[in-house]
Design a protein around this ligand. Structure first.
Ligand code: NAD
Length: 273
């Protein structure tokens, strides 16, 4: 392969769940600028995100899709098949922590209600990985054109972070599922389908703002601990993820499947000493 095509994703059709989210927005823009057609899906409104993409000259489409509802996902898959003939990549960006599934000085682990714990696992493992993979991997197999699935894991999948018990368990399961699905699809169906995951470090977004920053400004002790534990000395910005995603979708990573790639400023490598 010529070097200039090694990282090419030109012409790929990339579908993102959680497409209205902060990380998905930066990634979809980056992939679109690299020549991909973008399909955003979410339960949140997508108009603003879509117009940002189309104004930048990016081919983009959007659909309401509840990633936790298989019927809703199948409905979108049907429409995508009719309109685009299939997809080349699925980016499972729907997910996030929930305050109710977090221990605090007010709510101890022993009193954590089961419902938010179940919800956070449902969102991140089932909606965030399993259900869309069931539907869209089938589409990839049927189309015969191969493809890539990228799940969104987290630092707390490697070692759990304090307080966020449900989210930690869910993301550890997402990493495990990534490996499982990579093996299953390659061995049972099509070795041209690869499955990998990103493990973003600390990016300030809606799900963690309340844990990392104070309302009156500045960092919480937890936010400070994160920065002190990140050798590169800063929080991530969503654009930090674009290059890794392009690598994972391009021929440059054609022998890479079943890995969870930390994009974390070195957080995961640092023992703290
Ligand atoms: N921000 C971080 O620091 C960080 C770190 C590690 C991992 N992650 C993971 O990356 C992914 C994206 O995170 P983000 O920070 O951009 O979060 P975000 O909250 O900005 O975006 C998540 C999106 O998912 C959508 N969503 C929620 N439930 C849904 C459902 N049932 N069906 C479809 N869409 C649904 C939301 O509407 C939202 O637009 C998540 O899986 C998150 O857990 C984020």
């Amino acid at each position: 392969m010529k070097q200039d095509k090694l990282f090419s994703i030109e012409g790929q059709v990339v579908l993102m769940t959680g497409g209205a989210g902060v990380l998905a927005s930066a990634i979809s823009r980056g992939l679109g600028e690299a020549g991909a057609t973008i399909i955003l899906t979410d339960i949140a409104p997508l108009e603003e995100r879509l117009s940002q993409l189309t104004q930048a000259g990016i081919k983009a489409e959007g659909y309401y899709m509840d990633a936790m509802d298989k019927k809703s996902v199948e409905e979108v898959a049907k429409r995508v098949k009719e309109e685009f003939g299939g997809i080349d990549a699925l980016l499972n960006a729907a997910g996030g922590n929930m305050k109710g599934a977090t221990t605090s000085s007010e709510v101890s682990f022993f009193d954590l209600p089961l419902e938010p714990l179940q919800k956070v696992v449902m969102l991140n493992l089932f909606g965030g990985a399993i259900i869309p993979s069931q539907v869209f991997a089938r589409l990839m197999i049927e189309s015969g054109r191969g493809g890539n699935i990228i799940n969104f894991s987290s630092m707390n999948a490697f070692r759990p972070l304090t307080r966020i018990v449900g989210y930690s368990a869910a993301k550890a399961a997402v990493s495990n599922f990534t490996q499982w699905l990579a093996v299953h699809l390659a061995k049972e169906y099509d070795p041209k389908i690869r499955v990998n995951a990103l493990a973003p470090g600390f990016f300030i977004t809606n799900q963690n703002r309340f844990l990392l920053t104070k309302e009156e400004g500045g960092l919480t002790p937890r936010g400070e601990a994160v920065i002190n534990h990140t050798p590169l000395g800063r929080f991530g910005v969503p654009e930090d993820l674009i290059g890794t995603v392009i690598w994972l979708l391009s021929p440059a990573s054609s022998f890479v499947t079943g890995v969870v790639v930390p994009v974390d400023g070195g957080f995961n490598a640092f023992s703290g000493v």
